[in-house]
Design a protein around this ligand. Structure first.
Ligand code: ADP
Ligand code: ZN
Length: 609
């Protein structure tokens, strides 16, 4: 938008200069001598004054002096002193008249021009900030800010290394292609789809690809744009967006940076942020109000789902989350392939090696890398982009990234690998734990360096004491593995410890699962509806009980930690084998790990007999 109205401070400077020029010109043309009143009286007595104009405060006129070149006489003015002058004037036959002072020119210069100038500056600034014709009537209708793209030519094959996310989005495409047919068959569409993932992983790209594949219009807005400086404007924009989208259904509405707008209400500190809350409320109202049959699909992207207002995530709103993860080595190779199509690459590029050199990079970084390599090739006057350009580009992009977000070093990677395998191995060895789906050590953010994904097999309402204990052991498995392998422990486990302690405390205080304390309920705390912390309202139990609770919690943790350690010591061989694979591939499937484990158990049995 800035292309159209490029605003320059030089317009203002030029404007001021022109005004000053005109002003100076007028002053010089209208130059009038100011003479003392007594001299005026003398001139009158000497019959040298030809005419005067008398106003309330001053007298202007013309006089004939010896040096005067003008035939009508030289202009003069004097501040009026004596109102009863007419008699004298009469005596000497001077034409005289009263006059109402004209302040037109003076006021023009003293305030009309500055005011115009001020509005001019305001106009240009507004235009530049919003890309809009400013005006009070059009404030709520900032249509230009809603970007509609009609037939996008982005396709699914443009986004690589995100197969799981693509799979989940396939259904949406089917729906958008033929909403009527889809609903006839009883299919129910989610209203809101939330794409969760680090910046640059391709969330926007995927949303666009969905629109492109299903040939529907794509409305996009950024959450931060909704939050306007005028209260009420953001809400008006949301309304406008939905009105426009409904007219063009089937279509996709995409809100980038949902967290900028959807931060939990009441989280913004003193007084809150009225404007953002209003906008968020409007969004909730619109989401509840629209009929999904119309064929409007709302998609949003965020990299901080944890700070979103829980109201946004309720059923019927953004109830489907799709993880757009950082790509693993294989994924990076595929992304590189996509972007290499756009340049003239040498035939003997080793993509697998390149992918191995770029741990932690996301799609946007890889696109940047390819571009950087192409630029290098141009500078070196090569015909095709070769491996040496890519190697140098990796160094450059990495150096930039290292400043931005740390990439883990090999030693850290090893610790993370063993840590995650510790969780997985304990989980696989104990009954009643959720099956391990996959383990990944692709760095994702600051809190979690790697993760072990466990999916519950069914929705659970009841859990037995043994299951809870096994869950604690699984959580502690990460740290236990670190201790066994490296004989040292790291800070990487603090989240696990917090979760394990939480469960243990609940077992003791809420579920009556401690023998020493018995079947008593001691939890008198309220969960804050917004924050995931406890607001302690003070327990109604004695100091002695409090001490006992702490002891019991510690006991549970200690026993489970010992249990995890025993399991892992026994399976040290498996740990090492799996760690090697994980370090190489950055990702390992639960099934593969299980197979590996069964293999090693068999091997051991064979060795013993
Ligand atoms: P996000 O919305 O997650 O921050 P974008 O979708 O804006 O990321 O990605 C920015 C650019 O990076 C894209 O236009 C594309 O060129 C590149 N890119 C990101 N992810 C991928 C991917 N999975 N495959 C191919 N290119 C990607
Ligand atoms: Zn852990």
């Amino acid at each position: 938008m800035e292309k159209h109205h490029k605003f320059s401070i030089w317009y203002v400077v030029l404007g001021i200069w022109v005004v000053l020029l005109i002003h100076n010109y007028l002053v010089s043309v209208l130059a009038i001598h100011t003479i003392p009143y007594s001299e005026f009286l003398n001139l009158v007595k000497e019959n040298k004054v030809t005419e005067v104009a008398i106003s309330e405060n001053q007298i202007q006129g013309r006089m004939v002096t010896g040096t005067s070149s003008q035939e009508k006489g030289e202009a003069f003015k004097t501040v009026r002193v004596d109102p009863e002058i007419s008699a004298l004037l009469d005596q000497h036959d001077i034409i005289f008249k009263g006059e109402i002072e004209s302040t037109f020119l003076r006021s023009l210069f003293s305030w009309v021009f500055p005011l115009l100038l001020f509005f001019g500056v305001w106009y240009f600034l507004m235009k530049r900030m919003t890309g809009q014709q400013p005006g009070f009537m059009t404030l709520g209708k900032n249509r230009a800010k809603i970007y509609v793209e009609d037939d996008l030519n982005v396709r699914f094959e443009d986004a690589a290394g995100v197969d799981e996310a693509k799979q989940e989005l396939m259904e949406v495409i089917e729906f958008l292609k033929e909403p009527a047919k889809f609903t006839e068959l009883g299919g129910k569409m989610p209203r809101g789809i939330l794409l969760v993932g680090a910046p640059g992983t391709g969330k926007t790209l995927l949303a666009k690809a969905v629109a492109g594949e299903s040939h529907v219009p794509f409305f996009s807005m950024s959450g931060s744009e909704f939050v306007e400086m005028f209260v009420g404007l953001g809400a008006a924009r949301v309304r406008d967006l939905f009105v426009q989208a409904k007219q063009k259904a089937p279509c996709i509405i995409f809100i980038d940076e949902l967290d900028a707008l959807g931060k939990a209400r009441g989280m913004s500190g003193i007084g809150g942020h009225d404007e953002r809350e209003q906008t968020l409320n409007q969004l909730l109202v619109e989401m509840d109000g629209f009929d999904p049959q119309v064929g409007v699909i709302l998609m949003a992207a965020t990299n901080r789902p944890e700070i979103l207002d829980p109201a946004l995530l309720r059923p019927g709103r953004f109830d489907r989350n799709i993880l757009v993860d950082r790509p693993d080595k294989k994924g990076r190779e595929e992304i590189l392939k996509v972007h290499l199509k756009k340049i003239k690459a040498s035939k003997n590029l080793d993509l697998a090696t390149l992918a191995g050199m770029t741990p932690g990079m996301v799609g946007a970084d890889l696109a940047n890398l390819v571009n950087e390599a192409a630029l290098l090739a141009v500078r070196r006057k090569k015909k095709t982009v070769g491996m040496s350009e890519f190697e140098e580009a990796v160094e450059r992009v990495m150096a930039g990234l290292e400043k931005k977000n740390r990439l883990i070093n090999p030693r850290e990677k090893e610790i993370v690998a063993y840590h995650e395998l510790g969780h997985a191995t304990v989980a696989l060895s104990l009954p009643g734990t959720d099956p391990v789906q996959k383990i990944s050590i692709i760095p994702r953010g600051i809190a979690a360096l790697g993760y072990t994904m466990q999916v519950p097999t069914e929705d659970r309402f009841l859990m037995s004491k043994t299951e809870l204990l096994n869950k604690i052991a699984t959580l502690l498995g990460g740290r236990a593995a670190e201790e066994i392998v490296f004989e040292d422990i790291s800070t990487g486990a603090h989240n696990d410890l917090a979760k394990a302690t939480d469960i243990a405390r609940s077992m003791v205080k809420e579920y009556g699962m401690s023998d020493k304390i018995g079947h008593v309920y001691f939890a008198r705390e309220k969960r804050s509806p917004f924050l995931d912390t406890y607001m302690n309202t003070g327990g109604d139990y004695s100091e002695a009980i409090a001490e006992l609770i702490d002891q019991e919690v510690k006991e549970i943790i200690n026993v489970q930690y010992a249990k995890a350690k025993t399991i892992l010591k026994e399976k040290r061989g498996l740990l090492d084998k799996a760690a090697k694979i994980l370090l190489e591939k950055e990702k390992i499937d639960g099934e593969d790990l299980k197979a590996l484990m069964e293999e090693s158990v068999k091997g051991k049995e064979a060795g013993q007999s």
